[in-house]
Write a protein that binds this ligand. Structure first.
Ligand SMILES: Nc1ncnc2c1ncn2[C@@H]1O[C@H](COP(=O)(O)OP(=O)(O)OP(=O)(O)O)[C@@H](O)[C@H]1O
Length: 127
């Protein structure tokens, strides 16, 4: 087992980055949400949304990815302390997944509020 060194700011940043990279490499859901988030931002740039809409979208995307990363942390800890079947281990994972669901529903609602008028404008220009 390694020796624990109290981290300085740069080392903390490096460790957080390492955790983020590990999550992105190993978790399919996180990869999906990053691709979805980038696609939404590209569409927002193309459709020239307002500054407030940019803030809302960035907040929504960040919330989903943060929740996914925390969910992965919970899964990792649960797998470490309880690799065998246990109802509480399962419930802990389900609760963490519930946090992702809440953030995803929030993001979907924000996306609809921002993009439904944009799509409506596009459709009315076409027909
Ligand atoms: N040790 C366990 N004991 C009881 N139930 C478990 C246990 N591990 C997982 N489960 C159940 O299986 C579900 C899926 O768990 P799993 O670890 O495969 O995560 P996942 O949903 O596949 O997430 P991801 O795809 O992001 O890794 C959990 O939500 C939980 O209900």
């Amino acid at each position: 087992m390694g020796i624990y060194h109290k981290p300085g700011f740069l080392r903390s940043l490096n460790q957080a980055w390492r955790g983020m990279l590990y999550t992105v490499k190993t978790q399919k859901h996180v990869q999906f949400h990053i691709v979805a988030g980038v696609s939404v931002l590209l569409f927002a740039w193309w459709s020239e949304v307002t500054r407030f809409e940019w803030l809302s979208l960035i907040f929504a995307i960040g919330s989903v990815i943060s929740a996914e990363v925390m969910n992965s942390a919970v899964e990792t800890v649960v797998d470490m302390v309880q690799p065998n079947f246990h109802p509480l281990a399962g419930m802990a994972k389900d609760i963490a997944a519930g946090a992702v669901l809440v953030a995803a529903i929030q993001a979907a609602v924000i996306g609809m509020i921002v993009f439904v008028p944009v799509l409506y404008r596009l459709a009315s220009r076409m027909f």
